[in-house]
Ligand binder design. Structure first.
Ligand code: NAD
Length: 481
């Protein structure tokens, strides 16, 4: 059988120990792999490469399109960038897939029926890293949710559910508050769900959804959610399932994919030979399915389940009375290798099918876009921060049909007619709109307004254009507007 080329990086801390164990298991299972080792992580950071990945590694990864990665230690401070974020973004790995499953009674868990998969959007949301300090008191980050980004992850979730025989996809957002950004995510989910009539679809607000993950994880199947919620939720879920040492994850893109354990480099136990290689092995199993070696993935996974059932456990999951033998990393790998060809007796055996998951996007929404106003953000600390003083001053500067509609402070309307109790910072948003939301004559009107504000001695720290799309406002109202 022709060998499939993969890139492998040994990582830091416990990384080399668990990678050696995993590669030994894959070799014993006769996985037809051609392994190319790439160097990245601490040693590369220390050479002054802030990304932790040397330029030549990119070519190797891009050629193989598959990376099996052991955990990396991100050095603190010094401008070092997270390697994971760099890999995800540079390789366009838009889907983070993290199965969280309990293995009762062999691994202690409070949720024996838990078997869910979190599919987290991996590229956008608050992770764009676009942050600013705008005034002495106020900082901001941009949360970007795009139509194609959302459609990609939502379609991936439904396709995944189909490929892996799962019955339900639950979308989790906070669109009761973020009606435009999370609202888009929810809306696209509802639209795409209609095409998958064989799969149940539901939406939950993230706060109650997260509570359900913690209390009733057995009621959930596949969860699809924006980046930040998915980040938090997937750690909670992995911990609930048993141990962080047990779970693997995939980062899937259109051209490339990366597979890794969910835990870090565990410097506290590095070099002791006691780390559990199971998380990385689970990642390797996902990789085998991804590259079309579903049968080998099944063999490896079933031997691993058999090992868990035999009570041969590493320290992180060893429990007196439950486990039979406490082993280190290498002995655990030996036990898995001895059981290749066996299947579990009580745990459900793994069944995988190699079905390449393809995501085909629909044409993006078209339609009319009109400029109908502008939000001007001002740094102002005058007159005891009395909004009426600022309001009267700014109101006088509106012209050409561009009129001050309201001023908010941290999103709450303070002018006209604000409440004296509302706390006020030095960061004011002045909304200017044409009468009755009519389109402006052009952007020149905004530039003229900014010039008048500037000449009046007001410090504009940012502007945000207000658009209507097919007559629908593309901006939120101020609280109390
Ligand atoms: P960690 O996951 O490395 O360790 C948390 C705890 O879990 C530790 O007590 C550790 O001993 C234990 N643990 C982790 N993996 C284990 C295993 N396989 N077997 C047995 N016990 C295990 O998290 P941390 O301590 O917060 O982070 C350590 C370093 O790892 C940091 O530099 C962090 O930046 C990095 N990190 C890397 C990745 C990655 O490369 N994907 C992910 C998370 C953290």
């Amino acid at each position: 059988m022709e060998k499939i080329r993969i890139s492998v990086t040994y990582g830091d801390g416990i990384g080399p120990e668990i990678m050696r164990a995993v590669l030994r298991i894959l070799a014993a299972a006769e996985a037809p792999l051609e392994i190319q080792v790439v160097e990245m992580g601490e040693a590369v950071y220390r050479k002054g490469v802030l990304s932790g990945i040397p330029p030549e590694a990119w070519e190797v990864i891009r050629a193989s399109r598959v990376l099996l990665k052991a955990p990396i230690t991100t050095p603190q401070g010094g401008g070092y960038k997270s390697l994971n974020v760099t890999l995800r973004k540079s390789l366009g790995l838009f889907a983070n897939v993290r199965p969280c499953k309990a293995y009762p009674p062999f691994v202690a868990t409070a949720h024996p029926l838990m078997d869910l998969v979190i599919i987290r959007e991996n590229e956008e949301d608050l992770y764009g890293g676009i942050e600013h300090r705008q005034t002495r008191e106020v900082t901001q980050v941009l949360k970007l949710i795009s139509y194609p980004g959302t459609e990609s992850i939502v379609r991936y979730a439904f396709e995944y559910a189909r490929a892996y025989g799962r019955r339900k996809v639950t979308c989790m957002t906070k669109d009761n508050i973020m009606k435009i950004t999370d609202g888009l995510f929810h809306r696209v989910f509802e639209d795409v769900a209609r095409e998958y009539t064989d799969i149940q679809a539901e939406h939950q607000i993230i706060d109650i959804g997260a509570a359900r993950v913690a209390a009733l994880p057995e009621t959930l199947d596949v969860i699809v959610t924006p980046n930040l919620y998915g980040d938090i939720l997937s750690d909670v879920a992995a911990q609930l399932a048993g141990s962080v040492g047990l779970a693997g994850s995939s980062n899937i893109g259109r051209e490339a994919a990366m597979f890794e354990a969910i835990h870090g480099s565990a410097p506290d136990i590095a070099g002791k030979g006691i780390a559990n290689p199971s998380g990385l092995l689970q990642a390797a199993v996902q990789m085998l399915v991804h590259i079309g070696l579903a049968e080998t993935a099944e063999r490896v996974n079933n031997a691993w389940l058999c090992t868990l059932e035999s009570g041969i456990h590493t320290g992180d999951i060893y429990r007196e009375g439950l486990s039979r033998k406490l082993v280190g990393t290498e002995a655990f790998a030996d036990a898995v290798i001895e059981r290749l060809g066996c299947g579990p007796e009580r745990l459900q055996p793994a069944r995988f099918r190699s079905t390449g998951i393809e995501v085909r996007l629909q044409p993006p929404p078209a339609g009319r876009k009109d400029l109908v106003g502008v939000d001007v953000f001002i740094d102002w600390d005058g007159a005891g921060r009395d909004p009426d003083v600022l309001g009267r001053r700014v109101e006088a500067l509106g012209a050409d049909g561009l009129r001050l509609k309201m001023i908010t402070n941290r999103g709450v309307k303070v002018y006209p007619g604000g409440l004296p109790e509302t706390f006020r910072t030095d960061h004011w948003r002045c909304r200017f709109q044409a009468a009755e939301g009519a389109p402006l004559g052009g952007y020149g009107q905004v530039l003229d307004l900014l010039r008048r504000l500037h000449e009046a001695g007001l410090e504009v720290v940012k502007t945000e254009n207000l658009y209507a799309f097919d007559g629908q406002a593309g901006f939120s109202l101020g609280a109390g507007e």
